[in-house]
Design a protein around this ligand. Structure first.
Ligand SMILES: NC(=O)c1ccc[n+]([C@@H]2O[C@H](COP(=O)([O-])OP(=O)(O)OC[C@H]3O[C@@H](n4cnc5c(N)ncnc54)[C@H](OP(=O)(O)O)[C@@H]3O)[C@@H](O)[C@H]2O)c1
Length: 290
């Protein structure tokens, strides 16, 4: 299978590339600034909307896993033009290209398309983003649904794990605790933490089987960020007492966050061979990957 992965340097994208190469696929790895470690590097800056469609049509992949996004939630609130371009308009161009060459597109979306009032949201629950990031990712979803035929929207929540170009929740916490630094973590925000390698496996299965529709491809545990942090600390042998509780209303973010953006993953658990993992199991795997 010829697979094109966008965001191939990212926390998720680099694992999709790695897994696809391990499985013997031909991997076209698109990047913005720094070429990726694996796959055939293809420079594709998603702000250059005009070149996206032609580049993809020329490369003619069988499937695309579109992980690239402007993921800085507060940054999206203040750079709205850029956020809309990268997360929505570029996705539209990818969807149009996919339609033209008859490829399959898996678009990685987010729990932040929900308002967080309900929690354990199912695939058909009504989206209602409360941040500009969430809004742009939902616009991306709409383009995928309307501009391409063979598509899957795969929604995740708090992706964590090794690699990528910046720290994520888990690596930030492990770094801080290993240096004896006290941290504050939210005890009233609920999420479905998703290990990057677990998600990469699910995405490759979706692409390989050309599954269509919306799937919640997150971790299998609904958990408060604080409790997740304590589990992380214990597994990695750090002192959980360094983790202090904070509340969402103490935060001074530019963008609002949903209070409970956990996802119901039962459809995915039923359908896929690669199952969404519970936090305890995923953390054991992350520990073993160190
Ligand atoms: N992280 C989370 O907690 C989370 C939760 C739910 C859903 N998601 C979704 O999951 C996907 C992957 O997230 P992630 O955590 O792996 O993100 P990430 O580590 O921030 O990686 C994002 C990737 O997108 C690329 N990118 C950004 N702007 C680009 C542009 N203008 N042109 C081309 N590439 C560009 C980045 O390249 P550079 O490094 O060169 O900028 C990077 O490779 C995203 O679609 C995100 O919306 C993430």
């Amino acid at each position: 299978m010829k697979i094109l992965v966008t965001g191939s340097t990212g926390l998720l994208g680099h694992q999709v590339v790695k897994l696809a190469l391990d499985a013997g696929h031909e991997v076209l790895a698109t990047y913005r600034a720094k070429p990726p470690a694996g796959g055939k590097p293809i420079k594709l800056d998603l702000v250059e909307l005009e070149s996206i469609k032609q580049t993809i049509i020329k490369l003619k992949p069988d499937v695309i896993v579109h992980t690239a996004a402007y993921t800085d939630v507060d940054g999206c609130e203040t750079n709205q033009e850029l956020a809309l371009k990268v997360n929505a308009e570029a996705t539209k161009q990818i969807a149009l290209a996919v339609d033209e060459i008859g490829a399959h597109l898996t678009y990685v979306s987010t729990d932040y398309i929900f308002d967080g009032k309900k929690g354990l949201c199912r695939e058909d629950d009504e989206p209602n983003p409360i941040s500009y990031y969430g809004y742009t990712k939902l616009e991306g979803e709409k383009y995928v649904r309307t501009r391409s035929k063979g598509w899957c929207i795969a929604r995740a929540s708090v992706i964590y794990g090794w690699g990528g170009t910046k720290k994520n929740f888990a690596t930030w916490l492990i770094n801080s605790l290993s240096e004896g630094v006290q941290v504050k973590v939210l005890m009233d925000q609920y999420v479905s933490p998703t290990l990057n390698t677990n998600l990469a496996e699910m995405l490759l299965e979706i692409s390989g089987r050309r599954l269509t529709g919306v799937l919640h491809t997150a971790g299998a545990s609904r958990i408060a960020r604080y409790d997740f942090a304590v589990e992380l600390a214990k597994i990695f042998g750090h002192d959980p007492k360094l983790i202090k509780q904070a509340k969402m209303d103490e935060m001074t973010w530019a963008a609002k966050r949903p209070k409970d953006s956990s996802l119901d993953v039962s459809r995915c658990a039923e359908l896929l061979k690669s199952k969404p993992l519970e936090v305890s199991e995923a953390l054991r795997i992350m520990m073993a990957q160190r």
